[in-house]
Design a binder for this molecule. Sequence first.
Ligand SMILES: Cc1ncc(C[n+]2csc(CCOP(=O)(O)OP(=O)(O)O)c2C)c(N)n1
Length: 326
Amino acid sequence: MKKNKHNTEFYLRLYKQMTKIRVFEDNANQLYLDAKMPGLTHMYSGEEAVAVGICEALRISDKITSTHRGHGHCMAKGANFNQMFCELLGKVEGYCRGKGGSMHIADQANGNLGANAIVGGSMGIATGSALRAKLQKSDDVTVCFFGDGATAQGLMYEVMNMAALWQLPIIYACENNGYSEYTTTEEIAAGSILERARAFGIEAFNVDGQDVIAVNKLASDLVEKARKGKGPFFIELMTYRYHGHHVGDINRTYYRSKKEELDWKNNRDPIQILGSFLESEGIASDAELMEIHSTISREAKDAVDYALNAAYPDTSEVDLHVFQEV
Ligand SMILES: Cc1ncc(C[n+]2csc(CCOP(=O)(O)OP(=O)(O)O)c2C)c(N)n1
């Protein structure tokens, strides 16, 4: 590809966005290990190219819905460290005033309609968002992120049917990381994931979810088509989660080998793959990439300190934002 200022800057942005997610997750894991974070969390490390490749194809006004493994989607759609760490620690300055926690982060200002702890639960919300865009004649596109485990949920088939019939501007993005909790995808999903979408007449694509440039290229193409009323689309992104199902899932060898984990980390890491490309193209040196990592790590550390010292919500807020009187 011909190098120009635009794609040089864009590739560096992809690198920074993925690094932000990795650094965020490393800090979140440490907060859990230090017993400073209430509850547990599901790490996105290893899957960064999926969220970043797709969200970089979106505008702020485009919408996403996320999952229990949602920090990466939030960061990729524009969330900031301070509010993210505050939410994880239950502090009032968090995205949901500390009431959502890791699995319920919503950031409406950036078009993030929210994470969802119910597997497949955001599919109805995402499809409703696309219907809203169509009814209001807006050209917003909605991306629905979900894991391979969600393909076993009936809701997915109801909403894909509606989306196809009504040509809704939605992209279903299936993050296939090979596992649903402690079970392999082959054991929970019969047949082909892509053929499920094709049965509804939805165009479906498979892409290497570790290659952020490939993900972004495909997503940009589909987003522009969906904007012009040619949706819906379905993408299956092949990826891997480095940590256990959640931070407490430490002893994993009964369901996957250390060798497999090392193979993905050493040979298929999305940040390393892009880093090598940037170096080989003369866009950034190893030292410059390390500097990006150090700068982002310092920003994250400051945000963690900020969140640790931030205030909890006042007890008078306990029933606020939880239900609406009608
Ligand atoms: C409806 C529902 N059933 C079961 C669960 C318990 N559960 C939480 S995460 C998970 C696995 C999800 O796997 P997948 O969709 O592939 O996402 P991944 O964790 O691999 O990112 C399950 C079964 C749940 N949260 N919601």
